[in-house]
Design a protein around this ligand. Structure first.
Ligand code: ADP
Length: 827
């Protein structure tokens, strides 16, 4: 129970850990993308900051050039005045930047494109094709795309502002300050995001203006830079597209042979876009603490699960060890019980066997008869105890099983009722039996076990009742029929008017070795019966119920769902034939030889004493070896062998008997009945496997033995002669001179009457006026013993005439005629 509990808790902890880990994993994923998003936005913000700086730088330059353009000197458009002024401006510090640091040259372009610069003065070239000039003439201040200076051959950008007429405010030309492209690159290079990051700038057409890779830039030999929109590297082309479209964002791209983040933003002061390439780890490094936490959680989860698994396997190993030890102990106990049972059954076989043999003696006195009855009863009681203890051991070892077989229900019930009726009668109790109408004829049930339950419950009812009566009710209900099977619910109720059971005791009586205290503890019993019955009923899929009131009586009940068998059951009917085995006096036909193989002389002696008087020729052998020799020498008709024997045991004897090639066909086909005190199912099965024809448990019941002999020797029994005075020979039948018609005592016929224990059910049926039951009893008595036939016929005649009074008189007359000593109360 504890292990089951621990296992359950571990399962809960394990499952919780896994669920928590899954939740943590999901949470980690969400958290990671949230943090990453945040980090990317931060990176973009930083790039934005750098881009703002570049914008600010360009705006400052534009402002400077615009303010220059609006000075009166410049507005003169007279290069002779403008040139010295500009040169001075270059060397002087401006308000915001030192011009010399930024502008390396200034130029003035007239409305027709002719231009002057501070390097060459009046140029022979024309600048009217320049975009910045066109825009200036349109009144705009612009930052030009880089170009190769006309007079300098240096990659340059021009910050161009229109020179407006002071009178008309119309552009008269432009003034532009030229900045070396390197200068822009220096500014752009200041933009970075950790080690390995770099910035680049694209112009409005997708050409690189600033880039650490000079191959992507233009130069004197290649006046325009390659357009990256068409670059062979798709990632670079994609980035270029975003930039030319003046979009902003930050994405992972395969760039420079590895995946890196690229943040891109457009400038406002020029038609350019700035991109910053950031190595992945510069951003994701900040995820490390989170990853470390996640890893720790994963590690802890794995450790937890491994620990749980290890504890579980360790415990399972321990459990297995304990189970093996318990199984070994159980096995030892079972073996011990089997041995003890074997040892007890062997002497019991002699006791019960000789009691049966002596009962067959002709000159037995009533006193001897009573002594024999006591010997039999004590022996049977002892046998019942052994069986109970074995059953309890089986229950503990969970080896008790039920084996449903086709069973003739009424025969089973009548068998039980007959036994209990006698016991009730002996105590002066009434016994009522109500078989409900209709009961199924054949059912699938473990006949032996059902009989055991009923005998236990009814036996208890009689035992614990001093006056009043005991009732058995059997009913069938909920008859169900499907295409493949028929089934019904059989309910059994055993009611008594006995001492009853207190509420406190009711909870204990189903425990093994528990008995009602004080009041009844002087009664015999072991306290095992109810525990066994309850277990069997449970195995049959039901539950034993009890209702009881002290001093008023008890009612035990149970219901079984049983299948109705379409089969004719042979075993039940056959065994019924031999209920009155004591009436068998011999058999018809030629003499049969039986070999008894048993190492115990007392067992051989019981068997011989039983069988020799019936006319069998008996051979004996003390072990399997001698058995084999006698078999080949005498070729007996049947062999009865024990199992446990020195030299050659029963199994080896059987194997040698059945060995092809070693034995002749006639020897191999001799039926062999194993009769053993080792009565477990496995012994039974092992015997059959070794070649036994059947199994006969010890102690031997004459009826069972005779049934097997008839089956395997194919003989017909001879019963006592009807005309013979039977009372002298057997206690089961007695003669009575009875008037066939009691009103005409002259026609006297000698009838053989059954003994009181056989007449009891008949007496009950007669006193209840139950004609059908009387007819049934009449047939049963004829089956029991052919010598009762005349008596039975008489009964049937009365039954046909519906003369219940005549039936009762007939039964009571013969009943009272035999009264002493059978109806004496047993104190
Ligand atoms: P045993 O009869 O051998 O003592 P059982 O297990 O059959 O063992 O019964 C256990 C106890 O239950 C009995 O000792 C008795 O106290 C009580 N009991 C069983 N059946 C009855 C009954 N019909 N009336 C009163 N008490 C009963």
């Amino acid at each position: 129970m504890k292990t089951v509990g621990n296992g359950f808790y571990r399962l809960v902890i394990g499952a919780t850990t896994i669920v928590m880990s899954l939740v943590a994993c999901g949470g980690y994923g969400a958290m990671q993308s949230l943090i990453l998003q945040n980090l990317k936005e931060n990176a973009l913000l930083e790039v934005q900051q750098g881009v703002n700086d570049i914008d600010q730088w360009l705006i400052t330059l534009k402002t400077e050039v615009e303010s220059l353009a609006s000075t009166p000197t410049i507005q003169t458009m007279n290069w002779a005045l403008v040139e010295p002024y500009l040169k001075q401006e270059i060397t002087n510090s401006g308000d915001i930047v030192a011009f010399s640091d930024v502008f390396f040259i200034f130029a003035m372009v007239e409305a027709d494109g002719s231009f002057y610069n501070t390097k060459v003065g009046r140029s022979a070239k024309n600048a009217s094709h320049r975009e910045y000039f066109k825009r200036a003439m349109a009144g705009q201040t612009t930052v030009s795309d880089p170009f190769i200076g006309l007079e300098t051959d240096i990659p340059t950008i021009a910050i161009a502002a229109p020179i407006l007429s002071p009178t008309t405010a119309e552009p008269m030309g432009d003034i532009n300050g030229n900045v070396k492209l390197d200068r822009l690159t220096q500014v752009v290079n200041q933009l970075n995001y950790g080690e390995g990051s770099y910035a680049f700038v694209l112009n409005s057409k997708g050409g690189a203006i600033a880039h650490p890779n000079r191959d992507l830039l233009f130069n004197v030999d290649r006046p325009t830079s390659p357009i990256l929109l068409n670059h062979a590297d798709p990632d670079l082309a994609t980035i270029a597209k975003h930039m030319v479209n003046r979009e902003q964002g930050i994405n992972l791209h395969a760039i420079d042979g590895k995946r890196q983040y690229v943040a891109y933003l457009p400038l406002t002061a020029a038609d350019w876009s700035v991109a910053l390439v950031i190595p992945r780890q510069n951003i994701e490094r900040q995820l490390l603490p989170l990853n470390a936490i996640a890893l720790t959680v994963v590690g802890l989860t794995l450790a937890m699960i491994t620990l749980l698994w290890k504890v579980q396997t360790f415990e399972q190993r321990q459990l297995k060890k304990t189970k093996n030890a318990a199984e070994a102990a159980n096995q030892a106990k079972s073996e011990f019980l089997a041995n003890i049972s074997h040892e007890l059954r062997t002497p019991l076989n002699s006791i019960l066997g000789y009691a049966q043999i002596l009962r067959r003696e002709k000159n037995i006195t009533p006193k001897q008869q009573k002594g024999l009855d006591i010997i039999s009863q004590s022996g049977e009681h002892l046998l019942a105890l052994i069986n109970d203890v074995l059953d309890i051991a089986k229950i503990e070892a969970r080896k008790l099983t039920v084996q449903p077989q086709p069973t003739h229900l009424l025969s089973l019930l009548t068998g039980v009722v007959d036994i209990i009726r006698v016991r009730a009668l002996q105590k002066g109790l009434q016994f009522y039996y109500y078989p409900g109408e209709p009961l199924p004829q054949y059912i699938l049930v473990d006949e032996r076990r059902l009989r055991q339950i009923l005998l236990n419950l009814l036996g208890n009812a009689v035992k614990f009742t001093q006056e009043g009566g005991v009732t058995l009710k059997v009913d069938s209900a909920s008859f169900m029929q499907t295409r493949s099977e028929q089934s019904c619910r059989l309910s059994f109720e055993i009611k008594d008017t006995g001492v009853g059971i207190s509420t406190r005791e009711i909870s204990r009586i189903f425990q093994p070795f528990e008995q009602g205290e004080k009041l009844y503890n002087k009664l015999e019993g072991t306290g095992l019966g109810l525990a066994i019955s309850q277990q069997i009923v449970k195995l049959m899929g039901s539950q034993l119920q009890v209702r009881s009131r002290l001093k008023e009586g008890s009612t035990f009940s149970f219901s079984l769902n049983v299948e109705i068998s379409p089969l004719e059951s042979l075993s039940t009917l056959q065994s019924l034939d031999f209920k009155s085995a004591s009436a068998v006096i011999g058999y018809k036909g030629e003499r049969k030889t039986i070999l008894i193989v048993d190492d115990r002389w007392e067992n051989r002696s019981v068997m011989a004493s039983l069988l020799e008087p019936l006319g069998f020729v008996l051979l004996q052998a003390e072990d399997g070896q001698i058995g084999l020799e006698k078999t080949s020498c005498h070729q007996p008709d049947l062999i009865i062998t024990d199992l446990v024997m020195p030299k050659l045991d029963g199994y080896a004897f059987l194997q040698k008997m059945r060995q092809k090639g070693q034995q002749s066909d006639s020897i191999q086909s001799i039926p062999v009945i194993v009769s053993s005190a080792s009565v477990s199912k496995s012994d039974r099965q092992a015997s059959l496997n070794a070649g036994a024809s059947d199994f006969l448990p010890k102690p031997i019941w004459t009826s069972e033995l005779l049934m097997l002999l008839r089956k395997y020797l194919k003989i017909e029994w001879q019963y006592e002669d009807k005309s013979e005075p039977v009372l002298a020979r057997t206690r089961r039948a007695s003669p009575l001179k009875y008037a066939l018609n009691h009103e005409q005592p002259t026609e006297e016929v000698q009838l053989t009457l059954p003994p009181p224990d056989e007449i009891a059910p008949l007496h009950h049926a007669a006193s209840m006026g139950n004609i059908t039951q009387v007819e049934y009893e009449a047939h049963r008595l004829t089956d029991l013993n052919a010598s009762y036939q005349a008596f039975a016929e008489k009964l049937l005649n009365f039954a046909q005439a519906m003369d219940d009074e005549a039936i009762l008189t007939l039964v009571e007359t013969c009943y009272s005629a035999q009264k002493p000593p059978y109806t004496q109360r047993i104190s």
